[in-house]
Structure formats: structure tokens, C-alpha cells
Design a protein around this ligand. Structure first.
Ligand code: XMP
Length: 518
């Protein structure tokens, strides 16, 4: 299998670079520059190396650098932005600070004829985001593209297969970015382009069959896409030796617990233990109103329940988790500020004894996990499920969590999701939604207000509806839902759900708000 190394110097688009490479059916892995040595690079037999961008200036003493020996391995190198400046610097060129060299945004690029620009017109648009620029092209290199501000927007040393781009080919605003990356992968690195996430998963299953034959594997199944795909993959490998524990904390969406159980038990015949632990979670949550305390209680109780089940099962060989690639990359890049303590079924136990941790999805991006899930026959409802927080509806119920409030919220939430789904499916016919929001749900506020129903006065809860559009959930825009969808959802909720007298729509984006209310 051809592999490309994305050598990470801290740029904001680095995951995107790896995804763009994989989109062209070439496997790419991201490694931080300070976590892979030159001998390891040699050992891993890469077809090509991409130096990423980064926020530093090459002359900064703290700037990330790499052993210049990497340029003499005979492996093609493509430097992007900071990566191009580093390539120039390591090769004896010069990089200068802004003056008038800096550029930001869409920029007109003039490209020479060169294999890297095969299929790219002499003039096109690229995306720039830099202050420093390459002011002296290193010996042996030639400039192969420029812009009005930037005398060297791309450089090459063909006989050593070294290339640099000051602009970002991975960003869609660069018109021919995909083409340029394809040229690097196929014309220069000579990759075969036969990598596919699902084939890779199929090979993993064969490997696991041998490695874990007759060994017990334990997995915490949440019903989310990651743990579900991990479960199916392992089930194909070890069959009944996989034991999935599904802890139903009583804070799931309407009908969800039964749906997950039915799917895995009946459709896939997976060895599943469902623990209906609602009562004990409600007991622990009685009287608790602070959001962080709720999260901690649920996270801890979850582990307790899981441990108890594991103890009943006895010793298992391995614990499996649905960790995916972005989790791995992010955890390797230092801690960022904790905004909310995210409860994750993945954050499981220190105390359960097992010999091995299996993370079958740890090299895959979310979209790849979805395509593997589809190829394994996972129903679209699970494959395309919107994210659902581990603490469940508890973080969507303001104030104390009670059974009654959970019931109200489950009903209201089911109505809202049904209306949004209907509008999305009707999109072609009328003023429906052209793109389904990425996450949409109801929240039960702790505010009660007066209403009238028939001739009687009511005093019920206020339900808030939330829908957001986002690429990565790090930032999010509130979705401009059609009024008709809001109208139908609101009127159905107040009419059909006893205990609710008012519905409001949340028009906060992230930041400054977060997606969840707690
Ligand atoms: P926030 O509220 O932080 O949410 O803007 C961003 C995304 O993360 C989900 N989320 C969680 N997921 N455990 C999870 O597994 C959690 O504790 C948790 N809190 C928030 C949220 O639904 C959104 O998709």
C-alpha cells in the first residue's frame, strides 16, 4: 500500500491535507514533526512527504524544523505554505518577513508549464494565507509560479523531486488544488491510487480473525456511528467472542434504546448485553442542577455500570473502542482549553484488566467510518446519525433531571426531528431545506410560562428548538429553518405534548454559544 506522510508543523488545515490525499485513494497519515524521526521515516517506506503549513516564521528560534536529511532520501517532498518556506530555508534559500509580500485570500496565480501544474491553466485562482515569503530561491531550485505580490509562489528542484507551494492546494478556494495534489501523488510520487477505506477495513477484519481467534473482546456500544462501526467490524472478525455492553442510562432519545438493541441483536446477531440502568442514574441525578456536576455524575456512573457488567463476564482479552483519527491527532497536539468536560464512552476504565486495547477505526476520518459502516450493512439511520452527547438528554434539560422532564423532552424532540426530516425530504417540491442541518434537537428550559388551552389557563414548560449547520462542530451557525417548519413544530409540540405551553427557537451561533445548552 502506498503511503504519504503529512509532516505536521502546526497548520490549521492539516487534517484537510490528509483527507484530500485519501480522497484520491492514496493512504495518508499525519505525524507531528517532533514525533517521527528520520530513521522511522525511512523505515516506513513512504511514497511521498508533504510538509504542512504552520503559524511560525522559519527564523523564529522556536520554529518547528526538521532534519535537512529528509530532503536527501530520494522521497518526493511537497512543502505547503510554511512547509514551502522550510523547504527553501533548509535548502539554502532565504525567507523574508512581510513588507509587502504578505497575502490573504483568493489570489491570481501565474503558473509555468511543469508536471506539478499539468492540467492547470497558466492563470488561475489560489488561496493564500501568509506573511513571510520566499525571497531567495535556493540553489538548484527554479520558480514555477508567482503572483502579483509573491515573486515565488511555487518552486521546484526536479532532479531531487522537491517542490514547494506558497498557497494552499487543500483549500477548495484554490481552483486547481485537487489537480495539483493529484499531480504530486500520481505524476511525481507514482502512487497507484488503489487505497479504499472499506477495502482497508476488510483487510483489518482478516487480520483480526487470525490475531484474536478465540479471544474475548469487550466493547461499550453507545449506538453512535463510531462505536457501532467498531462493533460490526469486530463482530465480523471474532463473532460471538465480541461482547457489546450497551448501557441505557434512561437519557436517550425517544425509542432509541430499543432501536439500537433491535438492530444489533436481530439484524446482526451480535452478542449484546443491554443494561437498563435508568433508575440508578435518576437516583444519582436527583436534586442536581449544575451542568458540570451532571456530566461528571453520568460519566462516573457509566463507568461503574460498565465495570459491574465486565466483572460478571470475567476476564476478557481486549477492550475495544471506537476512537477515530481526529481524536488521535487532537490528543497528540497538546491539551486545548476544556470548555465542557466531554463525557465519552471511549474514556473507559483503568480498573478493568485486559491485555490489549483495540481501536479499529483509529486511522479513519468520520466520512470514511461512515463508508465502512455502509459497506458492512449498517442501516443509514445509524450511519448518518447526528452526534448525540454521551450524557444524553441530561444536558438538554435545564435544572434538575426528572423522569417527567425526560418524557416531555423525548416527545418534543421527536416531533421536531420528524418535522425537519420531512421538510428536508420535501425539498424538491417546495420551500423545504436544501441541506439538512447537521444537528437539530429540542431543549427543555427550566422556565415555565402561562398559556391558554381551550378555556383553561395552563402553566407549562418552554421548549427551545435548536438547529445548527457546521462542518466540524468547532464553530456552528444557527440554521435558517423555513418558518413553516418552525410553525408546524411549535404548534405540534404545544398541542401534543402535555406540560409544554410555549416553544422558542434558538438563534445563537457558536461561538459565543455552544451547540448544547449545558
Ligand atoms: P458543544 O456543545 O461543545 O458541542 O458546542 C459540540 C458537539 O459535541 C457534542 N457534545 C458531546 N459529545 N459527549 C459527547 O460525546 C459530550 O459530553 C458532549 N457534549 C457536547 C454536541 O452534541 C455537539 O455535536
Amino acid at each position: 500500500m502506498d503511503k504519504i506522510l503529512v509532516l505536521d508543523f502546526g497548520g490549521q488545515y492539516n487534517q484537510l491535507i490528509a483527507r484530500r490525499v485519501r480522497e484520491q485513494h492514496v493512504f495518508a497519515e499525519i505525524r507531528s514533526y517532533d514525533r517521527i524521526s528520520l530513521p522511522e521515516i525511512i523505515r516506513r517506506n513512504y511514497r511521498g512527504i508533504i510538509f504542512t503549513g504552520g503559524p511560525n516564521s522559519v527564523y523564529d528560534p522556536a520554529a518547528p524544523r526538521y532534519d535537512a536529511g529528509v530532503l536527501n532520501l530520494g522521497i518526493p517532498v511537497l512543502g505547503i505554505c510554511y512547509g514551502a518556506q522550510l523547504l527553501a530555508f533548509l535548502s539554502g534559500g532565504a525567507v523574508s518577513g512581510a513588507e509587502n509580500g504578505s497575502e490573504y485570500g483568493k489570489t491570481r496565480l501565474q503558473a509555468a508549464e511543469h508536471p506539478l501544474f499539468s492540467g492547470v491553466p497558466a492563470e488561475s485562482i489560489c488561496w493564500m494565507s501568509h506573511t513571510d515569503y520566499i525571497s531567495t530561491v535556493p540553489p538548484g531550485f527554479k520558480t514555477i509560479a508567482f503572483t502579483e505580490q509573491c515573486p515565488c509562489a511555487a518552486l521546484a528542484r526536479d532532479e531531487k523531486k522537491l517542490y514547494g507551494l506558497q498557497f494552499h492546494p487543500e483549500v477548495t478556494h484554490t481552483e486547481y488544488g485537487r489537480q495539483i495534489l493529484a499531480n504530486f501523488l500520481f505524476r511525481i510520487c507514482r502512487c497507484s491510487g488503489d487505497w479504499d477505506a472499506s477495502d482497508f477495513a476488510a483487510r483489518l477484519i482478516e487480520e483480526y480473525k487470525l490475531k484474536y481467534a478465540d479471544k474475548k473482546v469487550l466493547l461499550a456500544l453507545s449506538g453512535g456511528v463510531d462505536s457501532s462501526v467498531a462493533a460490526l467490524l469486530l463482530h465480523k472478525a471474532v463473532g460471538k467472542d465480541l461482547i457489546c455492553v450497551f448501557v441505557d442510562h434512561g437519557l436517550l432519545r425517544k425509542g432509541e434504546g430499543d432501536y439500537v438493541e433491535k438492530t444489533f441483536r436481530e439484524k446482526f446477531n451480535v452478542n449484546l448485553i443491554r443494561v437498563n440502568a435508568g433508575e440508578r442514574f435518576f437516583r444519582k441525578l436527583a436534586g442536581v442542577t449544575d451542568p458540570e456536576t451532571k456530566r461528571k455524575i453520568i460519566g462516573e456512573e457509566f463507568i461503574r455500570v460498565f465495570e459491574e457488567e465486565a466483572e460478571k463476564i470475567g476476564r476478557v482479552h481486549a477492550l475495544a473502542q471506537g476512537t477515530i483519527y481526529p481524536d488521535v491527532i487532537e490528543s497528540g497536539q497538546g491539551a486545548s482549553a476544556v470548555i465542557k468536560s466531554h463525557h465519552n464512552v471511549g474514556g473507559l476504565p483503568d480498573v478493568i484488566s485486559f491485555d490489549e486495547l483495540i481501536e479499529p477505526l483509529k486511522t479513519f476520518f468520520k466520512d470514511e467510518v461512515r463508508s465502512i459502516g455502509t459497506s458492512l450493512g449498517l442501516p443509514p439511520e445509524i450511519v448518518w446519525r447526528q452526534p448525540f452527547p454521551g450524557p444524553g438528554l441530561a444536558v438538554r434539560i435545564m435544572g434538575e433531571v426528572t423522569k417527567e422532564k425526560v418524557r416531555i423532552l423525548q416527545e418534543a424532540d421527536a416531533i421536531f426531528r420528524e418535522e425537519v426530516d420531512k421538510a428536508f425530504l420535501q425539498e424538491k417540491k417546495d420551500a423545504g431545506l436544501s441541506r439538512r442541518p447537521d444537528q437539530y434537537f429540542a431543549v427543555l428550559t427550566d422556565t415555565r410560562t402561562v398559556g391558554v388551552m381551550g378555556d383553561a389557563r395552563t402553566y407549562g414548560y418552554t421548549v427551545a428548538l435548536r438547529a445548527v449547520s457546521t462542518d466540524d462542530f468547532m464553530t456552528a451557525e444557527w440554521t435558517r429553518l423555513p418558518y413553516e417548519v418552525l410553525e408546524r413544530s411549535g404548534s405540534r409540540i404545544t398541542n401534543e405534548v402535555p406540560g409544554v405551553s410555549r416553544t422558542v427557537y434558538d438563534i445563537s451561533s457558536k461561538p459565543p454559544a455552544t451547540v448544547e445548552w449545558e
